[in-house]
Ligand binder design. Sequence first.
Ligand SMILES: Cc1ncc(COP(=O)(O)O)c(C=O)c1O
Length: 453
Amino acid sequence: MEDIERKLGSWALDLEREIERTRPRSRELFEKARKVLPGGVTYHIRFYRPYPLYIAKGRGSKVTDVDGFEYVDMWMGHGALILGHNPEPLIKAMEEAKEVGTHLGYANQYAVEYAELLTKVLPNADMVRFCNSGTEANMYALRLARAYTGRKYVIKMEGGWHGGYDALHVGVSYPYRGPESAGLPEEYISLTLVVPYNDIDALEKALREHEVAAVVLEPVLGAGGCIGPREGYLKEVIEVAHSYGALVVFDEVITGFRLALGGAQEYFNVKPDIVVLGKIVGGGVAGAGAFAARSEIMELLDNIKHPDARKRPFHGGTFTGNPLTILAGMNMVRYLASHRELYDKLDEITRVLMNGVEKACRDHDVECFTTGARGMVGIHFTRSRPLNVRQAHEERWSNAIYRALHKFAILDGYLYMTESNAHLLPSMVHSEEEAKGFVDMFYRFVEEVKKLI
Ligand SMILES: Cc1ncc(COP(=O)(O)O)c(C=O)c1O
């Protein structure tokens, strides 16, 4: 084992040297960036070794770095760009916003229209509120759930990622306990319980032992490695949570509009109480976030019905409902609604990627499994197909192989995140050839791995 890890690690280093040799402009920018941006990046997950490639532009399914190399982008703006870089609906929105103004700071008709549209396409949602990010949307959704139930505790899943909000910033990485950040006191997470995904007994135990306001989960774990629910799991989560008087919040920041127009609710035919949106809901523009639910829950936010601010869960923000984000999101969702066939295309791309990667491993007798759902693919070099992040972590037979794959892909013209957890978020504008190209690259990668181990 140690020998395999050493060989794969040293191969990853060779690949990194090749990246350094061929991409000097990115290195220069990295050196400059380190002086003015901590870690040289605007978000630590964008760092990878030997240094991040600085991207000069994106078009359709591809991005180009500052050294002029083009890549098929399998990360797609953290999954926000379901129609690729700079799609038509977004360009149109930017033009409309030029006329309307990018930020009005008053109630405006665009937010009303978009809320109407969202309540039509999202199951089980009569009302919506817009936020500025997925993190914010989760924060306000949880506050709403606490206000609605009058309870304090929240349950989240091991490896579940909901952004950097204190109460949910726990149990993200191994060993899935304790604050996930410096500067986050234990007291701030003392009302958060963490259970394994796909484990209904653990969930029920936590519900039995505490007065829980909400179970917050990604219907398909995203950052945790694109791991989907076992048959019937989501339905069981809702039933058991309701039987203990807790609400269920689906964090659909990744799955929303991706698994289906109506997100995981439509794809898995289940109805949580609150749905949290981000990324695609903003149509590719910053400030993407929203939460939605039945009016019975959302009306708690109604300042006319509940004029006393202390009896109303707070939600708001300077840029909420700004026309630029609203128009971009609305154009995007309208486009998706009138091009439903694109979901079949995304299915096909997902299938090509998942089947191709697994076949490559089988053909070379290398242990590897894919997980995911439409538009979400996790690649796991594990002893078995993981059902949750703990298994994905504990059953890994190598860490260095993830790093080597990431570099091998870069040198072959494919970019994805991250170097320690391979997950792909293809868009609807990726071609089948591009998906097959990824598989072909992966095939050659596994061939090389086989020579080494
Ligand atoms: C499932 C999920 N929830 C919440 C967030 C946080 O969203 P944002 O980065 O917009 O704050 C993310 C971001 O990656 C996410 O994947």
